[in-house]
Design a protein around this ligand. Structure first.
Ligand code: SF4
Ligand code: SF4
Length: 445
């Protein structure tokens, strides 16, 4: 089945898409870095614990750090070689994040080779979940929440629907679009695996209207496999933040996640399309998550594209591999420009949640000073979670945290739509993030 209505949510914005830079670039492999810096913290939860020592020889895909408890994830070597250091280096989450440093040397066990398929249909739910957990799969849209945990809701939460996030609403990024265009059949197999794990038979794939080929390919695969009664492609309005979890669920099912709640409370599990692909690789080929596809983009990148990259490859190596930059970047962002993280160094390595790397030039970043609120209301109209960003901003500026608390700051999904539309250039989402951090500290004090 192929639903044609352009489902959406209230609010949102329409930033320039800038997807034409890499939108038609097919996947290619970046070269293996000579030295990989593989962080122990690549996921939400506790960092993994190293199980190798300096001097150890490791294989591609070998477990090098074990999940520390339930909310954590295994980490694997992305290259064959020698562990030369376990030390602190810049990572996306910290200026001093612990990394296992591996010098590449030796033969690759899976890259470039045909793998034998595992007959996963014969496996039960627990065995499938174990494969996903062993492979260290986390949410690959950026959230990096351990996938096996998300697929194991408490018994009192009855799940009836799986939603696959193929919206890719962030400007510039095209990796999910290319995944859906290139690997539609594999993604459908991944969805079948997830349906079996969740013991349900209903899935929707949400795709923005600006990705007609991806939607067409997936629809064809669904029809070819006779799965039209189980999996439906839903075309969504092209609007940011269409891919935010709560907005995606509302757009497809018209169900609302309660304030402070999780999708499982309304019977839904959401997985990013890249995560589905990684789950399929883990279950069908026993392949851990040690490499991923991502977009490298920006008008100053000499060879922008969609690339397969080893986890632990530093941004500086990627710049070189992509033919260098035509000028020094004013800003490097990991993820999308709206929700991504601005990097403080090009020594930061790619992690499991890196969907893209964007290089922006000076003229792409307005550095005007922000002014006072003129009560135009644009931020209120743009906010997808019905907040009052203007009032929140003013309350934070004047340090009236008693007022901030009344304005539900924890419902903010940090989409930055409010900051984007503000004619006074007020950094509203930054104000709200500051408020969340202060209130959390106060509560834990
Ligand atoms: S207040 Fe939060 S959720 Fe609302 S637009 Fe701003 S950043 Fe997005
Ligand atoms: S968009 Fe900016 S100026 Fe307009 S109401 Fe919101 S904070 Fe005030």
């Amino acid at each position: 089945m192929f639903r044609k209505a352009f489902n959406t949510f209230k609010g949102g914005i329409h930033p320039s898409e800038n997807k034409e830079i890499t939108g038609t670039k097919e996947f290619s492999n970046l070269s293996i870095p000579q030295v990989s810096y593989i962080p122990l913290q690549q996921h939400i939860g506790k960092p993994a614990i190293p199980v190798v020592e300096i001097g150890d020889i490791v294989e591609e895909g070998q477990l090098i750090a074990k999940a520390d408890g339930f909310i954590s994830a295994n980490v694997h070597s992305s290259v064959p070689g020698k562990v030369i250091e376990i030390a602190e280096y810049p990572t996306v989450y910290s200026k001093k994040g612990k990394c296992i440093v591996i010098e590449a040397n030796g033969a690759f066990s899976s890259s470039g080779k045909t793998q034998e398929k595992i007959l996963w249909d014969c496996l039960d739910r627990e065995a499938l979940l174990q494969s996903i957990s062993d492979a260290g799969i986390v949410g690959m849209g950026g959230a990096a929440f351990p996938t096996s945990v998300k697929l194991s809701p408490p018994k009192d939460k009855k799940i009836d629907t799986l939603i696959i996030n193929g919206a890719e609403c962030e400007p510039y990024l095209t990796v999910d679009d290319m995944l859906m265009k290139t690997f539609a059949e594999d993604i459908i197999e991944g969805i079948r695996i997830l349906l079996k794990v969740l013991n349900i038979d209903r899935a929707y794939i949400g795709i923005e209207k600006n990705k007609p080929y991806a939607a067409g390919n997936l629809r064809k695969s669904i029809e070819d496999k006779g799965l039209t009664d189980k999996i439906t492609v839903v075309i969504l309005k092209t609007k940011y933040p269409q891919g935010a979890e709560k907005q995606l669920i509302y757009s497809i099912l018209k169900r609302e996640v309660p304030s402070g709640g999780l999708p499982m409370e309304i019977g839904v599990v959401v997985q990013n399309v890249g995560t589905v692909f990684a789950v399929r690789e883990a279950v069908v080929f026993g392949k851990p998550l040690f490499e991923r596809f991502l977009t490298v983009t920006g008008k100053i990148v000499n060879r922008p594209g969609n690339y397969k990259v080893k986890i632990g490859t530093r941004i500086s190596d990627i710049i070189e591999e992509c033919g260098g930059l035509s000028e020094d970047p004013a800003k490097i962002i990991m993820g999308g420009p709206m929700c991504g993280i601005t990097l403080f160094s090009d020594e930061v390595p790619v992690i499991k949640g890196t969907s893209g790397i964007i290089f922006l030039s000076d003229d792409e970043i307005p550095v005007e000073k922000y002014g006072p609120c003129i009560r135009c209301g644009r931020c209120v109209a743009a906010c997808p979670t019905n907040l009052l960003p203007c009032d929140l901003g003013t309350a934070v500026e004047t340090e009236r945290y008693d007022i901030v608390e009344l304005l539900n700051p924890f419902d903010c999904i940090m989409c930055s739509a409010c900051s984007f539309v503000c004619p006074s250039r007020r950094p509203l989402s930054h104000f709200i993030k500051t408020a969340q951090e202060k209130l959390r500290k106060r509560k834990s004090a």
